[in-house]
Write a protein of this length. Structure first.
Length: 277
C-alpha cells in the first residue's frame, strides 16, 4: 500500500513538473510571429538591426521568411504568415482589395539603381533609366533579371515597358533570368560583368562587387516604396493578428521609424522612413 502511494505521489510530481515546464514554452510560442518579407530587407541587414529592437520593446520574436514579394504575398494569402512586409505597391493594394488584409501602411523607401561594368559597353550612364534600358536592348548587353516575381522584378518589368520594350514577347539578346534573390543576382552580374537592377540597400551591403558600379540613379521612376500588412484573421483564424499588429504599429511608430533611419553602412543610410501619422 505504501509503495502504491509513493508511485502515485511520484507520478503526480512528474506531471506537475511537466506542466510547469510546458507553460513557459507555450508562452514563448504565443509571442512569436511569422513575417513574409523580401530578400532586400533581409540581405541588406535591416532586419538584423530592426528585429532585436522590436523584441526588446515588445518581447515578440519575429521569424522571417525572405522571398520575392510575389511569393511573400502568396504566403500571406495561404495564411502561412501573420504579417507581410514587401515593396510592390500595386500588388499590395490588390492584396488588400482581395480581403487578405484590411490595411496597408507605408513604412519606408529607398531607390533602385542600375549597376553594370565600369567600362559600361552599352553607354547607359546617367539619370534616365528608360534611355538606359533602350540602350541595353539595342546593344544586346548581358542583363541579369531576377525573374522571381519579386518587387524588384516587378519594377524591372515596369521599366522595360516604360522604355517601350515588351520583355514578355521579345527578350533582348543578352537578357537572362536567374529566378533568384537579390544577393545571388548581384553575384552573377559581378562574376559575368553583366548589368543588373538592384535596390540600393542590398547593393550597399553587398561585398562581392567586382567591377560593378552604379551607372543610373536619381530617376523618379526608380523610387522604391515598402509597406506592411497584417494578414486578415477573418480569412485565416490561426493568424496571430494582435501580435502581428503590434509589429505593424511599432514599425510605423516614432521608435520604429527612428530605428529604420539609424541603420547605416559606412555612414550611408539604407532606408528612409515615411510612415504617415
Amino acid at each position: 500500500m505504501i509503495d502504491r502511494v509513493r508511485r502515485v505521489a511520484v507520478a503526480a510530481l512528474v506531471a506537475m513538473v511537466a506542466v510547469m515546464l510546458a507553460a513557459p514554452a507555450t508562452g514563448a510560442q504565443e509571442k512569436t510571429i511569422v513575417m513574409a518579407s523580401t530578400t532586400s530587407t533581409e540581405q541588406s541587414g535591416l532586419f538584423g538591426h530592426l528585429l532585436p529592437l522590436f523584441k526588446r520593446a515588445t518581447g515578440i520574436d519575429v521569424h522571417v521568411v525572405a522571398v520575392g514579394t510575389g511569393q511573400a504575398l502568396d504566403i500571406g494569402r495561404r495564411g502561412d504568415a501573420d504579417v507581410v512586409f514587401v515593396h510592390d505597391t500595386a500588388a499590395e493594394e490588390k492584396f488588400v482589395a482581395e480581403g487578405y488584409s484590411v490595411k496597408r501602411q507605408p513604412v519606408m523607401y529607398n531607390d533602385f539603381i542600375l549597376l553594370g561594368p565600369a567600362a559600361d559597353p552599352a553607354q547607359t550612364k546617367g539619370n534616365d533609366i528608360a534611355a538606359a534600358m533602350k540602350k541595353l536592348a539595342a546593344a544586346g548587353a548581358s542583363f541579369i533579371s531576377r525573374g522571381d516575381r519579386s518587387g524588384t522584378h516587378a519594377a524591372e518589368l515596369r521599366l522595360w515597358k516604360h522604355a517601350g520594350i515588351d520583355i514578355e514577347k521579345n527578350k533582348p539578346a543578352g537578357y537572362k533570368e536567374c529566378g533568384c534573390g537579390m544577393g545571388p543576382a548581384l553575384n552573377i552580374a559581378s562574376s559575368t560583368d553583366a548589368y543588373v537592377l538592384s535596390d540600393r540597400g542590398t547593393w550597399l551591403s553587398f561585398k562581392n562587387r567586382g567591377g560593378l558600379v552604379i551607372l543610373v540613379e536619381g530617376d523618379k521612376s526608380l523610387f522604391n516604396q515598402y509597406g506592411v500588412m497584417v494578414v486578415n484573421p477573418a480569412r485565416h483564424p490561426q493568424v496571430k493578428a494582435a501580435l502581428a499588429q503590434a509589429f505593424a504599429d511599432w514599425v510605423v511608430s516614432p521608435a520604429g521609424q527612428a530605428a529604420i533611419a539609424s541603420y547605416k553602412i559606412d555612414g550611408e543610410q539604407l532606408f528612409f522612413p515615411n510612415a504617415r501619422p
